[in-house]
Design a protein around this ligand. Structure first.
Ligand code: NDP
Ligand code: HSE
Length: 441
């Protein structure tokens, strides 16, 4: 049988990785897919750059800059979109679908923001949109959620799903690097997004979490409902205090089914240093999924980089090749649930979320200050799990001290109200630093 023909759009870290893996393992891939998979055309912004990246391996594959020519080519069966973003990528994907091409993409931003439109267009044309690489790089988490765990009522997902920020946090904690140096390292290794603020501000993790949440709970993708807080404002003193208290700080994506709705949030989170997620370092990702039948399952692997991501892209190319001729009605739905069965369960605002809290306050070291603070917390119904007074070297000689309070699980709006009252005390000399704590139990 003739190989299936792929048109590759974009040939940077992931595009070139896909080309390399497909070329290197072509014989095994063919035996698995039932026919060869061939990148027949490549379109990029700068063909000379792509040619330099692929070197001799490019062989006779035509590399041009005319994206439409690839998408409109009747010989192309699958369009692999490896450009990124929600601009030109959206136009090209919709045009490919309109032309009856299957699409494989690693673009989580595109699907988290425009997934509803793209999946509807694909259904109307009876084509597949496969996106394993969009979440957690090389970890087959989409396959696990959509197929492997299909018997379960999924209760929660918590994961380290951004390699760049996990790499930065590891480098800061283990090697004492400053934030900017650690970020530059992640960029040099090809982990970061074209705009790295997407990584450091938690947006990339929220894109991925939005997709997983939709698949887990059978709801539409709702990126605009996600609560997002990144690591750019995280102070190294809090990383240290957390460590002293037996915690690690990780940028976690958490989505959870509650009686009132669905939590959808990304933020720096304290987790016990004893949890498996706490020992996930560097660009590694890990996703913990809790289902009612299976209990807790954990998925771990490289979350970014050329070949780990290519592993997921090529898996999608094989899936699409196998199902190419199948009746569209018998394929796995994009979001796991039949489109007419998606639920309208509300996504909760962050004020309605319940969590433990780490509060750091800088206070004047005078009699009564702790009594005032604990009274405010008690009046707000907030129960204290631990309270510590720290004397940092820099601040001890000016009569100020850091107080760290760990609370039991509390509604976020109650904590916010208490923080406002605490910050109004004359003895509290700076804003309260507030981080969330997850037991992951
Ligand atoms: P790169 O920046 O390395 O490559 C992007 C490619 O698309 C390049 O060929 C680039 O051309 C081209 N391109 C970018 N913008 C445009 C544009 N506006 N018009 C035309 N061409 C454009 O990105 P990655 O390979 O890292 O990422 C690609 C996709 O994969 C993104 O959606 C990303 O989120 C996703 N992803 C990335 C992972 C990673 O580890 N890097 C992991 C998982 C997913 P040129 O080089 O000439 O500028
Ligand atoms: N920028 C992303 C990350 C790439 O660092 O995780 C993988 O999606």
């Amino acid at each position: 049988m003739e190989p299936i023909k792929v048109g590759l759009l974009g040939c940077g870290t992931v595009g070139s990785g896909t080309f390399t893996v497909l070329r290197r393992n072509q014989e095994e891939i063919k035996r698995r897919a039932g026919r060869g998979i061939e990148i027949a055309r490549i379109a990029v912004r700068n063909p000379a750059k792509a040619l330099a990246a692929l070197g001799d391996a490019a062989g006779t594959v035509p590399i041009g800059s005319d994206f439409e020519a690839v998408i409109d080519d009747p010989a192309i069966d699958i369009v692999a979109e490896m450009i990124g973003g929600t601009g030109i990528a959206r136009e090209l994907v919709l045009r490919a679908i309109a032309n009856g091409k299957h699409v494989v993409t690693a673009n989580k931003a595109l699907l988290a923001v425009h997934g509803t439109e793209i999946f509807a267009a694909a259904r109307a044309k009876g084509v597949m949109v496969a996106f394993e690489a969009a979440v957690a790089g090389g970890i087959p988490i989409i396959k696990a959620l959509r197929e492997g765990l299909t018997a379960n009522r999924i209760q929660s997902i918590a994961g380290i799903i951004n390699g760049t920020t996990n790499y930065i946090l590891s480098e800061m904690r283990e090697r004492g690097l400053d934030f900017a140096t650690a970020l530059a390292g992640a960029q040099a290794l090809g982990y970061a997004e074209a705009d790295p603020t997407f990584d450091v501000e938690g947006v990339d993790a929220a894109h991925k979490l939005t997709i997983m949440s939709a698949i887990a709970f059978g709801i539409p993708v709702q990126f605009d409902r996600a609560y997002i807080e990144g690591i750019s404002k995280l102070a190294s003193i809090d990383i240290k205090y957390a460590e002293d208290l037996g915690y690690r700080i990780k940028l976690l994506g958490i989505t959870r089914r509650t009686e009132r709705g669905i939590e959808l949030r990304v933020h720096p989170t304290l987790i016990s240093a004893k949890r498996l997620l706490a020992s996930v370092e560097g660009a590694m990702n890990a996703v913990e999924v809790h289902g009612d039948a299976v209990g807790t399952t954990l998925y771990y692997g490289k979350g970014a980089g050329a070949e780990p991501t290519a592993s997921a892209v090529v898996a999608d190319l094989v899936d699409v090749t196998r199902l190419h001729t199948a009746d569209p009605g018998h394929r796995v739905p994009h979001l796991a649930f039949q489109p007419q069965s998606l639920a309208d369960t509300p996504v909760l605002s962050i004020e309605e979320v319940t969590s433990g809290y780490y509060l750091r306050l800088r206070v004047a070291d005078v009699t009564g200050v702790l009594a005032d603070i604990t009274r405010i917390l008690a009046e707000a119904g907030i129960s204290i799990d631990a309270l510590l007074q720290k004397e940092s070297e820099q601040i001890a000689d000016n009569g100020e001290t850091d107080v760290i309070i760990i609370t039991h699980d509390t509604l976020e709006k109650n904590v916010n109200a208490a923080i406002a009252r605490i910050e109004a005390l004359s003895t509290v000399v700076s804003n309260v630093t507030r981080l969330r704590i997850e037991s992951l139990s």
